[in-house]
Design a protein around this ligand. Structure first.
Ligand code: ACO
Length: 428
């Protein structure tokens, strides 16, 4: 293939270089476009055709349903790896040795104390506050309690800020949930693994011992790994673009949490459960809701279906569906919601509307069912997503800073009024 693209505008031809990634994805490098064309800009709402960066972290092929972190398949990682191993891989580029992993975990544990004054901030939130808002605010507040800014040219500084946020974030996650439930805000147990500690921090009742359930530990480990990165999605792009102004890591992650909150992104797992509940309350008629989803005059969408990138199947959804069955079987939960979910999936997979538009269940279609069976309240689902996505955000932020990427500043095409004279209402 030629390594240039020819662009013709008003009879004038311009050559633009092309660039090929390690999986043979071809991109037209338009970084010189405005200079060579004297000001012509591209327009691409939603960035559907725009690569914002080059990255070595995550590869996905939406047509083939492939997702890999640093070259390792998501199926293998979900089956064999620990969440912290995956976090290390995403952030630093290689799987850790046993010693590196032990040190990583020890360093994270040593950073797991959150300044007690943070409790005062939590206390100021009403119980009705959505935990995603609480988490985003508290993550931003962490900056005030850890004022040293990161010297990105110092490997040590960079490492310290990574373990600091990995240590404190799960405490905030647990506190966001406990605040809502009126439970005392506790610290974790440093004798436990990262995932076990998260579960204990969330569920420990003040008057009884917390007993770990291996099936839940494995399920959460898998869910966190499956959510850990997904290249340049809305929240990750937000983290990179906020960080590109040299805002700190905590501030960038806080912005990512806000971006994740929306129902078209990470908020979909909550929206799926609310939708399934509504269908159940309405008599469980899945056909009625399928018809609503297809009706263009009805704003209803089948939540948990469709994906900007996956147009075949979401490999994470396949793994999660199996995990959902395991967890429900182990806990002996018979959930009518699961039957409704399976019914909807079956109908959608054989329906021309969904087939033609390549709409398949995404990662969030089954994750909420697992979280619910684990006893996690619906409003916490997106918070759990954020906990999983944290290493991806950190890795992407670190990559962007180490590459010394320029500040993100898209262009626009102005379509408003041209120059017009100002007429004051006060003066005639
Ligand atoms: N239900 C019904 N119709 C749908 C759905 C859906 N869930 N998703 C897309 N469509 C239809 C659209 O109406 C459109 O139809 P048209 O061509 O007749 O106009 C067509 O499919 C294409 O839809 P777009 O919105 O253009 O697709 P896009 O790639 O921009 O959006 C998105 C992807 C936002 C995920 C969309 O599929 C959606 O809203 N899904 C439901 C929300 C959801 O589950 N989000 C989670 C995403 S995964 C994640 O963030 C981890």
């Amino acid at each position: 293939m030629s390594n240039k693209a020819i662009l013709e505008i008003n009879g004038e031809k311009h050559e633009l270089p092309t660039f090929t990634g390690s999986e043979n994805e071809v991109a037209i490098d338009i970084s010189s476009l405005r200079a060579v064309t004297k000001g012509v800009t591209t327009i691409d709402p939603g960035f559907k055709n725009t690569g914002s960066c080059v990255s070595e972290i995550t590869f996905l092929d939406g047509e083939k349903g492939i997702l890999r972190y640093r070259g390792y398949s998501i199926e293998e990682l979900a089956e064999k790896a620990d969440f912290l191993e995956v976090a290390y891989l995403l952030i630093f580029g290689e799987l850790p040795t046993k010693e590196a992993l032990d040190k990583f975990h020890a360093d994270i544990k040593s950073e797991s104390i959150v300044d007690d004054d943070i409790r005062k901030i939590i206390d100021a939130f009403p119980k009705s506050a959505h935990p995603m808002g609480v988490l985003s605010s508290l993550t931003s507040a962490l900056t005030a309690f850890n004022p040293s800014s990161v010297n990105v040219d110092s490997e040590k500084d960079m490492y310290n800020s990574v373990v600091r946020i990995l240590g404190k974030f799960p405490v905030l996650v647990a506190w966001a949930m406990r605040k809502k439930q009126g439970l005392p805000l506790d610290y974790g147990d440093n004798s436990l693994g990262y995932v076990e500690n998260v579960l204990k921090m969330m569920f420990k009742q003040p008057n009884e011992e917390y007993v770990q359930n291996e099936v839940l530990v494995n399920a959460l480990n898998k869910l966190l790994i499956l959510h850990a990165d997904h290249e340049q999605n809305c929240s990750t792009s937000t983290v990179r673009i906020v960080g590109s102004s040299h805002a700190g890591l905590f501030a960038s992650i806080s912005a990512g949490i806000s971006a994740l909150w929306g129902p078209l992104h990470g908020g979909a797992n909550q929206a799926v459960l609310e939708m399934l509940e509504a269908i159940k309350e309405d008599g469980g008629d899945t056909k009625k809701y399928m018809a609503k989803a297809k009706d263009k005059s009805d704003p209803f969408r089948l939540m948990g279906f469709g994906h900007r990138v996956y147009k075949n199947f979401d490999p994470r959804a396949k793994i999660i569906k199996v995990t959902a069955d395991e967890v429900l079987n182990d806990l002996g939960v018979e959930d009518p919601i699961l039957d409704i979910a399976k019914g909807l999936e079956q109908e959608a997979l054989t329906d021309a509307y969904f087939i033609d538009r390549k709409l398949y269940p995404n990662v969030d279609f089954y994750s909420g069912i697992i979280y619910r069976a684990m006893g996690i309240p619906v409003e916490m689902f997106t918070v759990m997503f954020a906990l999983g996505r944290l290493p991806g955000w950190i890795g992407q932020w670190r990559e962007m800073r180490l590459r010394k990427e320029p500040i993100g500043r898209p262009r626009q095409i102005y379509t408003g009024s041209t120059l017009r004279p100002f007429k004051s209402v006060a003066k005639k």
